[in-house]
Design a protein around this ligand. Structure first.
Ligand code: ADP
Ligand code: MG
Length: 572
């Protein structure tokens, strides 16, 4: 709630203005029945046409003022709620950009998406509804009750009695109903999560024929949401008619008493009945607003959680800006993922010289991706330190570090846009020559030229219209366009056939010169030709040296070698 107030404060002027219009509208609504009673009691009863016309004209004027106010406050409400929504979304998005992968892991991407879309909508709806009702409902409610007492004072005790019953009913509704709406929100979240997970993994799901399981998961989440909704709506289904019934019963009682006591003029009685329905209307409004408020409060809590997530990484205030040649040193580096019980990397100690090409090999889950992600600080070490050219990476300027180290990730992520857009994504001002040179090295040029529109070929979201190998080559070319000092290839030739992979590696060596390359691969053939090879298992370095050295000294390396090549069979 504090968060909503904080955002509304920025628009306090427009908010107050809409309050004024709301008050005017409420006044206009309240005046109508009173003038109606004048028309009946003074005009109709005495057959005075002039009075009827006079009061009629006044009523018309009031109605026009009311309508004008309603239009204005609706406008203001829409503007404010949309603006606040926009600001919240932007603030969240910018904050998320500041967060490290560790934060994102914790908040979960799917949940971040629902927070940016669904939760912000809830808050917009709440702002909209308070700006449409907030002052109006209480004013109408209190005003109508006061006017009933003035118009028909003798019936006042009955009215108060009825109102007490109505108040009790509303309280009951809040107590029983609103926690149930909280559950609805949770279930909706879960359903969103399940569908997002399915949609992002739809290819894998199909490939593994796991549609049935996924459908079952979805059905379960969907059923839970429906049940929660039914439970929540059931309370509304009991209380709403009960409240209506009570008020209508009050009207009947009012008429009956008046008839027996013969105490009220017919016009005043009509007005009181009218006010009674206004009371009912505003009471319903108030409980609707509370209903929306409950959801908005839950949503604002979830948005606040994102906004107050403290970035897990700090960048130095006075960063070092060394000339980066590409020397990398790991000193006693250990790393554990947040929440994971065991360390993914344990006490790593090694040094890589500038311009060296290092192969990294090891079974899946041995920590290869984790190791290379530490270098550009996608994650920070848990213990020890990593030096680039003698400088601790945590002390190096963020943009310098990120431009010096380029990663072609294991799962290539391409963006909607042309091939060219994607290639110069890390370097907006890249020249055609640089782009073509990078594409050549990555062996991407051949297939790009075969497409009808060449570099202008449009890629769908995530590059869906490309094969896995094509995506990998584009992602590698994109890393090369940035002309980094340190190039990390995280198993990004895995989807290429052996010949193309060999070509890529050959062209890389041709080009690299002063470039330090870390080449992760599952294939011994890819790492065999590198200067030195780091052999990892369970987060530990099992061996580090040339191919020949490792064959002699490292059991794990020899096993991998024999299983893939040495035994005469191709291990791929
Ligand atoms: P490799 O690249 O060699 O296959 P990884 O570096 O991806 O291995 O993983 C090393 C270990 O860390 C594995 O046990 C894996 O389950 C774990 N791991 C990887 N990524 C995460 C993550 N984001 N959160 C928690 N654990 C992770
Ligand atoms: Mg990996």
């Amino acid at each position: 709630m504090k968060l909503i107030v904080q955002y509304l404060k920025r628009h306090i002027g427009i908010f107050l203005l809409s309050t004024i219009f709301l008050t005017m509208e409420a006044m206009a609504d309240l005046l109508q029945p009173t003038f109606m009673s004048f028309i009946v009691d003074e005009g109709v009863v005495h057959s005075d046409i002039r009075r009827i016309l006079y009061y009629g004209a006044v009523m018309l004027l009031i109605a026009m003022i009311g309508a004008f106010s309603a239009v204005m406050r609706n406008r203001f409400a829409s503007i404010t709620s949309q603006t606040v929504g926009k600001e919240m979304r932007q603030d969240m998005y910018h904050h998320i950009q500041q967060l490290s992968l560790e934060n994102i892991d914790r908040l979960r991407p799917a949940s971040l998406v629902t927070r940016i879309t669904n939760d912000v909508s809830q808050i917009q709806e709440f702002i909209n509804s308070i700006m449409r009702m907030m002052v109006k409902a209480p004013i109408t409610c209190v005003g109508a009750i006061a006017l009933i007492m003035i118009q028909t004072p003798k019936q006042a005790p009955v009215m108060i009695g009825i109102l007490l019953v109505v108040t009790a009913l509303i309280q009951g509704n809040i107590k029983i109903g609103y926690p149930r709406f909280g559950t609805v929100q949770q279930k909706l979240d879960k359903l969103n999560g399940v569908s997002r997970e399915f949609l992002s993994a739809v290819r894998v799901v199909k490939a593994f024929n796991a549609e049935e399981e996924e459908t079952e998961k979805f059905d379960r989440a969907s059923l839970e949401l429906a049940q929660a909704n039914i439970a929540a709506l059931r309370t509304a289904a009991v209380f709403t008619p009960l409240i209506n019934l009570t008020v209508n019963f009050g009207i009947v009682l009012l008429l009956w008493i008046s008839k027996n006591q013969n105490s009220a003029e017919i016009g005043k009685l009509m007005a009181s009945v009218n006010y009674m329905t206004q009371v009912l209307f505003s009471v319903t409004m108030i409980s609707n607003v509370i209903n929306v408020a409950v959801r908005a409060i839950a949503s604002s809590g979830r948005i606040q959680e994102v906004l107050s997530e403290v970035p897990a990484q700090q960048w130095p205030d006075q960063p070092l800006k060394p000339d980066i040649h590409g020397e990398i040193t790991f000193e006693n580096v250990s790393f554990a993922y947040a929440g994971a019980g065991k360390e993914a990397l344990k006490e790593l100690n090694f040094s890589i010289h500038p311009g060296e090409t290092i192969g990294i090999i090891g079974p899946t889950g041995s920590g290869k991706t984790t190791l290379v992600n530490l270098i550009p600080r996608l994650y920070d070490v848990s213990a020890g330190r990593i030096l680039i050219d003698g400088c601790d990476v945590t002390q190096i300027d963020e943009s310098l570090l990120r431009s010096a180290v380029a990663v072609a990730a294991q799962k290539p992520l391409l963006f909607t846009g042309s091939i060219r857009d994607n290639l110069c994504w890390g370097k907006a001002d890249a020249t055609d020559e640089e782009i073509q040179r990078a594409a050549y090295t990555a062996c991407a040029e051949e297939f790009i030229q075969k497409t009808e529109q060449g570099y202008q070929t449009w890629l769908g979201q995530g590059g869906v219209n490309l094969s896995g190998g094509q995506k990998q080559r584009l992602s590698l070319a994109r890393a090369l366009v940035r002309d980094p000092r340190i190039l990390i290839l995280d198993d990004c030739t895995s989807a290429l056939d052996a010949q193309t992979e060999a070509d890529v590696l050959h062209r890389l060596r041709e080009r690299s010169g002063a470039l330090t390359v870390l080449l992760i691969s599952q294939r011994i053939s890819a790492v065999m030709g590198t200067d030195r090879i780091l052999c990892l298992e369970n987060g530990l370095v099992k061996g580090f040296g040339t191919h020949e050295q490792l064959l002699k000294t490292c059991g794990l390396y020899r096993t991998i070698y024999e299983s893939q090549i040495g035994g005469g069979q191709n291990g791929r």
